[in-house]
Design a protein around this ligand. Sequence first.
Ligand code: PMP
Length: 442
Amino acid sequence: MVRSLANSHAHFARAVQRLPLGVASNFRYWGDERTIYVKSGRGGRITDIDDNTYVDYRLGYGPAILGYADARVDEAARQGMEMGGVFALSTEMELQVAERISRMVPAAELVRFSNSGTEAVMAALRLARAYTGKDNYVLLEGSYHGLFDAAMWHVPMHAWSQVGEPEVTPYSEGIPVSSRSLAHFVQANDANGLEAVLKKHAGTIACLLIEPIMGNCLGIAAEPDYLRAARALCDKYGVLMIIDEVKTGFRVARGGVQQLYDVHADICTFAKAVANGYPISVLAGREDIMRKLGRGVAHGGTYTAHPVSLAAADRTLQILEETDALERIAAYGTQLREGMSAVLGARGIAHSFVGHPSMSGLYFAEKPPRTYRDWKTSDYSFYNEMAQHLHNEGVLCEPDSREPWFVCAAHDADCLGDTLRGFETAVDATVAAGAARRKLSA
Ligand code: PMP
């Protein structure tokens, strides 16, 4: 099936004259010919301005945990709107939501709100530095923690020659070179490597910033022993463990990845699923650390704890806490994996899944990756090409293989059937295109 994107193309041509790349976030630009604009979202599907409908597995990079336009959350948001706006003063609802979060996530002894994941992680790093009196920090290769300078040192694995150590480079122009020396990289699932870094830079490291299921890197998952060892190493070397649950929070379990692994962060951050898409994020953690806020550590913001977002958060979290939404999401994710596996297996295509059924990475190698370096050795070009066919078939995944497939509570049997039909067609089209290329070059 070939979609018409005539309206999106026409809009792109106009938009690009006023908006850099024709979009509001670099990640939304998929090329001059492929960038689409959304008309609406309902449940587990979105419709673009050409009236193409897609089963959506991006879900805005995770927020729509209950599905788009959830009537219960939207009604709560409307009630939040009745308060009248933002006041640069606190409201009673902050405490209600904070208490709910503390109940669901035991490590969240105290809670502060921000607007975006980036803001929450930025505040977490500042807090860790203030608490420890140290400036350095440790990141994992393949991690993404938002668009702020300290988190924008990264390892561009696609450019790695697979010989020697991959380079660390800034993710963008405009990142001060002077900040480079503060960031130290380790590989996922390598406790010895982590200890070596903590030893080498002893006394200068404030925190390990870690996402135990890497939501921007296939969902590469920490092995339980590794995460336990990392926790113990943080304690041994006096380093705070910041667990970034911006993607995993209120998704992989009611208590997030910390519940899944039975590990406690010193500081943790949440966003995405908290309010089913309304902008809010959470900075939380150990009482003695969090009490530094306002006692030496700055934190605030005009739109922080907006009543609309808080009301949406309270309702979303109540639904996640009290219903079987997360169990249904995981069950759908498992069925999705099984269905995809049947299609790929029947064609002899080696593959595996990574992460959690609610946010699955599809990986083209038999054994799931343990590190970002493993991704480099897999056939991600197959994925990249297949994604274009999937879009034509009405299945929306990220064009980049490193983004997991997100599931929401509104994905139903119809969505699954449409997805698996589209998946089979897309896989066959990708295989056929590869065969045609080989014939041509023979
Ligand atoms: N941390 C993680 C793990 C994320 O996945 C993201 C966003 N994808 C962020 C932080 C930044 O969140 P935001 O885009 O809301 O600023």
